[in-house]
Design a protein around this ligand. Structure first.
Ligand SMILES: Nc1nc2c(ncn2[C@@H]2O[C@H](COP(=O)(O)OP(=O)(O)OP(=O)(O)O)[C@@H](O)[C@H]2O)c(=O)[nH]1
Ligand SMILES: [Mg+2]
Length: 461
């Protein structure tokens, strides 16, 4: 274990709650507890057994003032979150007592933790590999149960195991190649180029299998942005409210009700979505409206999926045609709303301008067609369904990038094998592929990359 200073932070969210936790980790953690914690029977925290929760008070050592009534959790190294001595002061959950207790831990010798620093120590102390540490952040941020499940599998080491297995196979192959460099004349039990190529191909296939899961993975981790666009009054805000099952946006019969964009998160059968209601697109009559319309139009490029809405009870206009034109090049679903009213615009009118787009007819007033719309959305974003199987899912952009680079280096190695180049060339590429895989689990990672990863965590984790 590496020797560190002792860090402390408030580990629970800011705000009022039943309990709030100040956590300290490092060699001084228990001595800090000794300075500021009093149990009724005056037992020193040094003597308290590990993994126990103990009743007592936080007392300011300089004044003797009682600050809070708490439960003290003690987890001694190495069986703790950070693999160091950890103490957790379970205080009353208000920001004032928590700040006071944190302040006392700092006076008693701790340093304020940086974001993610507890988890970083767990990684540096070898309790988690890097992919597992990143899964902790994914778990905290997960927005649907499916995302949570994938993050939990990552934390349990499912991806790490797959990557380590691939690394082992690559390392074996590399050893063979290197043996042929070191002892070229000897009659070693040397695999020869063709079997090596087959081995490399097998590894490549498995690498590809892992890379192929990344698009579903990104979806589960980050969700997708869906913008609702259309002329004023077609029912965009009504659709947002219907999908959220809550009166989130103001709906009126006056065109131009929504002036600014409204963003809300939605869980659609396990897939996290960000739904964006926009201002109706028309020729703006004043500055505020102009800005709203510009914002709406910006979503034409920014959204992952566009729900382009039309009003079946109104004539199909030149503006509608323009919108259809804009939606054509993007992933989009056309929605014909208000089919409860006498039809003026038909699906065929939409079809003429954008022949290949899915069209869903709905009536938000009667709640008709909404399920079909949900299915259409999932069809567009998933092109099927995300099913969690036995193989891990790559959810992290950093992992995806490292896998792609590992693949590229392996392909180069295979090309050298095919051309029967000197074994040194093959070895260089295999080693580079191995390094890329090592980045995922943190075997070959720079301080710079670590800094970037852990700075994205919350303080106290
Ligand atoms: N008859 C009928 N009326 C609807 C339907 N959906 C929405 N409306 C009505 O259409 C009007 C406009 O709805 P909104 O949801 O505010 O429309 P919007 O597209 O957000 O409008 P802006 O924010 O002005 O761009 C409201 O009076 C709704 O009640 C529907 O399916 N049938
Ligand atoms: Mg609106």
């Amino acid at each position: 274990m590496i020797e560190w200073d002792t860090i402390a932070a408030i580990a629970t969210p800011r705000g009022e709650g039943g309990i709030g936790i100040v956590r300290a980790s490092g060699p001084l953690a228990i001595s800090i507890a000794c300075q500021i914690f009093r149990s009724p029977r005056r037992i020193s925290p040094q003597k308290l057994p590990t993994h126990t929760l103990n009743y007592g008070h936080i007392v300011d050592p300089s004044s003797g003032a009682v600050i809070d009534e708490i439960m003290l959790g003690i987890m001694r190294a190495p069986k703790s979150y950070t693999a160091e001595d950890v103490v957790e002061f379970n205080c009353h959950g208000g920001i004032v007592p928590l700040r006071h207790v944190l302040e006392l831990t700092l006076q008693a010798g701790a340093r304020l933790a940086e974001p993610g620093e507890f988890t970083k120590r767990a990684f540096l102390n070898g309790r988690l590999d890097l992919a597992q540490a990143e899964a902790v952040a994914d778990l905290i941020r997960s927005k649907t149960d499916l995302s949570r499940q994938v993050a939990m599998e990552g934390l349990a080491g499912k991806l790490s195991q797959a990557v380590n297995t691939l690394s082992d196979r690559l390392a074996d192959l590399l050893a063979e190649v290197e043996a042929s460099i070191d002892f070229p004349e000897e009659d070693l039990d040397f695999m020869g180029f063709t079997p090596m190529r087959h081995t490399a191909q097998d590894i490549l296939d498995d690498l590809d299998g892992l890379i192929a899961t990344a698009s579903d993975g990104k979806l589960l981790r980050e969700g997708i942005n869906i913008a609702i666009l259309g002329r004023p009054n077609v029912g965009k805000s009504s659709l947002l409210n219907t999908l959220l099952q809550e009166e989130r946006a103001i709906v009126t019969e006056i065109p131009g009700t929504t002036r600014d964009t409204i963003e809300e998160h939605l869980n659609l059968r396990g897939i996290p979505l960000k739904l964006i209601d926009t201002a109706g697109i028309r020729r703006p009559s004043n500055l505020v409206e102009q800005q709203g319309v510009e914002r709406s139009k910006a979503y034409l490029d920014r959204a992952d999926l566009i729900l382009m809405m039309f009003d079946a009870s109104q004539p199909f206009t030149a503006e509608d045609r323009e919108l259809l034109g804009a939606a054509k090049a993007r992933k989009s679903i056309l929605i014909l709303n208000k089919i409860d009213l006498p039809a003026v615009t038909s699906p065929e009118d939409l079809c003429i301008s954008a022949p290949l787009k899915p069209i869903v007819q709905i009536s938000l007033l009667h709640g008709k067609g909404v399920e079909a719309l949900k299915s259409a959305i999932l069809q567009e974003v998933l092109e099927g369904e995300v099913v969690l199987g036995d193989s891990p899912i790559v959810t992290n952009v950093r992992h995806h990038d490292a896998l792609r680079r590992a693949r590229l280096a392996l392909v180069h190695a295979m090309e050298s094998l095919v051309q029967e180049m000197p074994a040194e060339f093959v070895a260089v590429d295999l080693r580079s592929s191995l390094d890329c895989l090592g980045e995922i689990v943190g075997k070959t990672t720079t301080e710079d990359i670590l800094g970037r990863i852990f700075s994205q965590f919350c303080i106290g984790k």
